[in-house]
Write a protein that binds this ligand. Structure first.
Ligand code: DP6
Length: 326
């Protein structure tokens, strides 16, 4: 009862920001992402009859505390759903993502964990069911089941049965690339989970965020279909700015940005002024991801590496769906 799965992380072009049900992880808005080949998690799950509890290793280090609790809580859901209530698991994950620095390691992490667990139990599930299950670990993870451009349908049902990701276009539809400027590899201060809750509960700007979503989604999907880079990039950048604006309207107010974040944003704007189409997006951390087309890779990478506060630049293409090793 052992299986290994590899899942890539994804970068949201239209952000998931806010839950309507925290326990079931049901979002207030649809979101849309691009799966990235450069960032992934590979996880082996081994259900063993000799274990008295789950064990979880991340990059060869045993994990305890909150991160362990999230994994074991998720495994309880898997055991419940697939009728193996007494089997505990040995979970070994390797992350090719800077953990908790706004690189959505939870997305690839839970997508790999869900896929490997289900496979280890020998269950045969469709992708929409796998995505629905993965959502319970971390919302953004439900999009990482698929490659390329993916939309998470928020659904309207209270039990969450219609809230899962659907593929929009596979990775080979369009060679859009992403440069991740790594600014600060430390643990972030406000988790995405806590940040979105505070925003939903208190931000005066939250309704404005929700009001913009339907138009953004319709426009970006048309842009993806037409491979219209400036359209897709400018919508993604504006959507990111609106998401981050909601945190400033929260009580107490907060931001994920630091001065280096803003420096990278400025550099991207300067690239555009020089005629290079590049657009930024930022998740719940200080790091900035830059969207660009292959012909501009060298210019984009060079401009980012020139900045003294940028520790590293990781280049990525569109990534594929979850894969299995055995
Ligand atoms: C800003 O998926 O990490 O990256 O569902 O509480 O685990 P939970 O949150 P998470 O939130 C991701 C938020 C985001 C935007 C996005 O990926 O869509």
């Amino acid at each position: 009862m052992k299986a290994t799965a590899k899942a890539h992380t994804n970068i949201a072009l239209i952000k998931y920001w806010g839950k309507r049900n925290e326990q079931l992880i049901l979002p207030t808005n649809n979101s849309l992402s691009l799966t990235l080949d450069g960032f992934y998690t590979e996880t082996t799950v081994h259900f063993r009859s000799d274990l008295a509890q789950d064990i979880f290793y991340l990059n060869d280090t045993v994990v305890t505390g909150e991160a362990y609790n999230r994994v074991t809580h998720f495994l309880n859901l898997v055991r419940e759903q697939f009728g193996h209530k007494k089997l505990y698991a040995d979970v070994r994950s390797v992350n090719a993502v800077p953990t908790a620095a706004g690189f959505a390691s939870s997305a690839s992490g839970f997508a790999a964990l869900a896929s490997a667990s289900v496979k280890a139990l020998g269950a045969d599930v469709e992708n929409d069911e796998l995505s629905r299950l993965t959502r319970r670990g971390s919302g953004s993870a439900c999009r990482s089941i698929y490659g390329g451009f993916v939309e998470w349908e928020k659904g309207t049902k209270e039990d969450g049965s219609d809230s899962f990701a659907v593929p929009i276009a596979p990775a080979d539809h369009w060679d859009v690339r992403v440069a991740a400027a790594v600014l600060n590899p430390t643990e972030k201060k406000v988790s995405s989970r806590a940040g979105m809750k505070r925003t939903v509960d208190t931000s005066l700007f939250y309704q404005g965020w929700l009001d913009g979503i339907p138009q953004d989604l319709a426009d970006i999907k048309a842009g993806i279909a037409d491979r219209d880079f400036e359209k897709v990039g400018s919508i993604a950048e504006a959507n990111c700015l609106r998401m981050h604006a909601t945190t400033l309207g929260a009580n107490p107010p907060f931001t994920y940005w630091n001065y280096l974040t803003m420096q990278v944003m400025e550099t991207v704007r300067e690239l555009r002024e020089q005629g290079i189409p590049a657009y930024f997006t930022i998740d719940a951390g200080p790091n900035v991801k830059v969207l660009y087309l292959p012909e501009n890779e060298a210019r984009v990478e060079h401009a980012l590496r020139e900045l003294s506060g940028v520790n590293d630049v990781i280049l990525s293409r569109a990534g594929g769906p979850v894969t299995y090793q055995n």
